[in-house]
Structures are given as C-alpha cells and as structure tokens.
Design a protein around this ligand. Sequence first.
Ligand SMILES: O=C(O)CCC(=O)C(=O)O
Ligand SMILES: [Fe+2]
Length: 289
Amino acid sequence: MTPTEHLSEHGYAIVRGFLKPDEVAELLEALERVKKAAEPHHATWRDRNLLFEIITDPVLKQKVLLQAHWAAWIEPVLERHRRDKRYFDLLSPLLGRDIKHLTQQIHWKPPGAKFTYYRYHQDVRFREQPEVYKNLETSWITTGLALNRQDGENGALQLVPDSHKMGYLGLSSDGPIMTGEMRDAELRAKGIDPARVLQCELEPGDLLMWTLYTIHGSNPNRSADRDRLFMLNSYVRAADTPERGEWAFRDGVPVPLGEEPEICKYEQLRERPGPFYIEDDWTRDKPAA
Ligand SMILES: O=C(O)CCC(=O)C(=O)O
Ligand SMILES: [Fe+2]
C-alpha cells in the first residue's frame, strides 16, 4: 500500500526516512535561527502571516516559544523545503498537479513547560468557511515532519486510525486545544475506545500525514530535557481553495513564495497586516490550574 492509499484508507500514513540526516541537520539549524528571530519579542507577535507564539509559561515562569507560523518568510531553508519535490510526489496522487500551501508551522514543546499538549481534535474544526474551502474530506492533507525523536515521553502525536470516516465529532470544542487536558473520557463519549489510539513514534526525518477529520492530539512533554521538534505543513487541492493559500506546485512545478503574502489561515491579513503583539492570549481564557 502506498502512503497515500494508507492515508485514504486509515486517515493517516507514516513515511519513514522522508528526509536524510543531513537534511534534518540543515532544518535544525534553520529552527535555531527562527528561535533567535523570536528572541527579542516578549509576547506573541505577528507580521502578516509570520507569527511567533510566545507565552509566559506558568510552570517555568519564563517566556517560551511554542509555535512559529510561516517562518518560511524569514528562513530560505524552510522556503525551499515547503515546495520540495518529494511533497509533490506524495501529495499529487490525491491532490493533483496544482497544490496550494495553507499552513506552515513549527511546534516546539519546551521540556517542563505547562502548555505543551494538544487535546484530541479534528483540524476541520478550524476550517469554518465553506465558501473558501471546498471538499474538505479529500482536498486537504496535513504533514508533520519529525526533526527529533518523538515518543510517549516527549509528547509525540497520537491519533485514532480510521477515525476520518466518522464525520465531525466536536471533540474539545469547549475551548482552546492547548488548555484543559487530553481526556480519554472525551473519546469514550464519542464511542471511541481509547485503546485504539496510536502513538506515532517517529525518528528524525520521518513524516506523518493526516486528514482534516482524523482525530489526533498529543500529550505534554514529560521528558527532563528533550524538546519535541515537529514541523507541520498543510496542502490543499488548488481548485478547491482558489482564494486561499500560497502556491506550492503549479502543474507539478515548485513555486517559491512571491512578493506579497496570500491569505492563508490569518483571515485579517489585508485589514490588519501588523506587525503587532497579541498580549491577551488563550492561556488567559482558562487560567492555569
Ligand atoms: O503539535 C502537535 O502535537 C499537534 C498539533 C495540532 O494538532 C494542531 O496544531 O492542529
Ligand atoms: Fe491538529
């Protein structure tokens, strides 16, 4: 079974050794530069699609960088990576030859920090506009690239195989997905046995793929000193999302980022491009226990 067949059949696929060790090393260096670029900021900061999500962690009592969105705008290694031909080869059997890029995110899980988990959810929860996103069951694929080893201890991604055929279930819809906790009870309430959860253990360079309907989440990083370095890129069939996203491949040919950003996930890009700080973040919605 090819990875794309596995994705269609089971709602996820794992491609072992998607990147070679020297390519992983190059990306790790790029991640360090992104971290440095975020360093001067005291809180979450946006400049157009580029976003550094920075919170003051209630346990570590210091600021932590949890995510960077669209760091490809400041980091040429990431810009090249986002349109690597190997993504096209993986995605085109499902998405065709014209593919757009909707999310580009680095997720860190600083060891010891409180907010390093993601409650079980389906990403379709965040795609609420039928007028700009069509055929969401088949037009959207998220990829997650492991840049270090990920396992139970440092909060590897967990998912429910075959859950993509269950429709939208509304898991964790009572609040942000990074507060609260990953509750097995939540799965049981939807008729899902928590024993079905697959812990996606990944080695550096392995790539995971999932759909907008695949139930997934991840536990906090409970390791003493290992981060969990995960890079997410989501791609869509261009014909189904003509008004959103950056081109990744046009008739199979990789397309670099242009002069001006396109609206991707950040809908207010034109009205409020920034730069600005977001001081009042989701951690205040439900204060840390
Ligand atoms: O980084 C993770 O473990 C999961 C992230 C996720 O599911 C999301 O951002 O939608
Ligand atoms: Fe997700």
